[in-house]
Design a protein around this ligand. Structure first.
Ligand SMILES: Nc1ncnc2c1ncn2[C@@H]1O[C@H](COP(=O)(O)OP(=O)(O)OP(=O)(O)O)[C@@H](O)[C@H]1O
Ligand SMILES: [Mg+2]
Length: 232
């Protein structure tokens, strides 16, 4: 599903260049459950942005389902992101003026889903993340962990094949974190591909592969043998 070759990202900060990711080769198959670990600043979020087509590499190649992403135009990229990829990022990027329900409906609006279906799907997803009684709350009327769960429900709205999560349990208490972890397991059981950046050892322990980054490079890539594994 994912093939990256020599993926490199250099941020130019005036005269200083920050090499956030350097020469990363990576293959991730459909249905894999991968945890990305590594110290702060090691390039985890940068890698997630590249894999999610939110940013382009300085050099290297990225193929998503065999298609070189650098050849896609802006509209095609937006469609790939909306239809195929669910994002849960460190900053949740929720719309401040929309309710929880409205935020989760957003990807469905882009896709042209009918109002009634949209509403039902969004309400069902919010119930799945334990927010059935918070549909009409706006982000500033929710706790950090609840916002995170709205972001997760939104990521799942279009039933994406690939879920990219950057510290999805970072702000959650243990119970809410467990809900997210259980949800991930259900998604993997349904054949979804999940790549999750995490410091949370509970999540990492339940994934099937650990990739450890250090200074923008892959330090180790360890499969956890536990049954089914995807093919690149
Ligand atoms: N937009 C940017 N412009 C310039 N430098 C950046 C930018 N984004 C990240 N960096 C730098 O690139 C390096 C990798 O950052 P990245 O956000 O990928 O780290 P991370 O592993 O996700 O860290 P954390 O665990 O703290 O979230 C860091 O040194 C960071 O300062
Ligand atoms: Mg990060």
């Amino acid at each position: 599903m994912i093939v990256a070759e020599g993926l490199t990202k250099v941020y130019a900060m005036g005269r200083v260049q920050v090499r956030a990711l350097y020469d990363v080769d990576l293959r991730i198959g459909r249905g894999e459950y991968v945890a990305i670990l590594g110290p702060s600043g090691s390039g985890k979020s940068t890698l997630m942005h590249l894999l999610g087509c939110l940013d382009t590499p300085t050099s290297g190649r990225y193929l998503l389902d065999g298609r070189p992403v650098q050849h896609l135009g802006r509209n095609d990229l937006a469609r790939v992101r909306n239809d195929r990829i669910g994002f849960v990022f460190q900053s949740f990027n929720l719309l401040a003026h929309a309710t929880a329900l409205g935020n989760v409906e957003l990807p469905l609006i882009y896709r042209g889903t009918r109002r009634r279906q949209r509403h039902d799907r969004a309400a069902e997803l919010l119930a799945q993340v334990g927010l059935a009684d918070r549909l009409d709350h706006r982000p500033n009327e929710l706790s950090g962990g609840q916002r995170q769960r709205v972001a997760l429900a939104r990521a799942l709205a279009n039933d994406p094949d690939l879920i990219l999560a950057d510290e999805p349990t970072g702000n959650l208490d243990t119970a809410a974190g467990d809900e997210v972890v259980n949800l991930f397991e259900q998604l993997v059981a349904r054949g979804k591909t999940i790549i999750v950046v995490t410091h949370d050892l509970d999540i990492a322990a339940r994934s099937r592969r650990f990739i450890r980054l250090r200074d923008g490079a892959i330090e180790s890539d360890t499969p956890v043998s536990r049954g089914r594994e995807g093919n690149p």
